[in-house]
Design a binder for this molecule. Sequence first.
Ligand code: SF4
Length: 277
Amino acid sequence: MHIQLKDIVSKSILTPAKGAIDNFTHSLNPYMGCVFGCTYCYVRQLPLSLFREQEWGSWIDIKSNAAELLKKDMIKAKKKGPVTIFMSSSTDPYQPIEVKTELTRSLLEVMLEEQPDFLHIQTRSPLVKRDIDLFKKFGNKIRISMTIETDKEEVRKAFSPTALPIAARLAALKEITDTGIMTQATIASLLPCSRDFPKKLKHIAKRITIDDFWMGDGSGGKRTGKLGVEKIYQQMGLEKWYNPTAYKVVLRMIQEELQDSEVELMVSKSGFSPYQK
Ligand code: SF4
């Protein structure tokens, strides 16, 4: 697919955090648009996508003045109280264009000069491991959270065909965890998975969070319903998984696997907070 790239100049970069991430004070999005184009992405229902002619997943606006703005916004925000940041809520900060732009990396450099009280990085891209050197400098003020919604590649391909393979995400997360940085494997939103999924997650992160469309989409599942993802479950013969109680089965499997383990287990919004053990 041809991706339309555009450099834009933004007016501000730190946005007050709302909805599922309102445990944070701010969200930070280096880009608008996301080439991973997940079928269930709630951003598809937001004005930034609805009012574009191009399909979600086919365009990226690069906030070229983001680093400059962030420095100013951080100084301003810190004067008002603690600053806890969720990066990113409506894009992936490590989508492939980041290899070239290093925009997210430049924001980390700014945040090392003007440190937030806490920074949560949410991505589904193994590229995140490139910035381990910077993450280490944040000490216990940072958490790297990798989205791993399933362990089945055929399911990943059906729901999120342009996102990167699960094995590469597992390996990248383990590599970051092994450096001592606080990490999280985020099953969000849960997709059909195998019985071995909990075992695959057990040794790769310090914490596991599970969420689903009904708890996590901010509308009890209605927003996801409008995106028509149920059809994909039907095409795959997996309709029993499109159910607000399905997560409980996987949660129980993870609880069993984590007995005698120090890995924390969180459900839905509790996994998206600046809380740090
Ligand atoms: S990676 Fe995140 S922001 Fe990007 S399309 Fe998927 S769900 Fe949306």
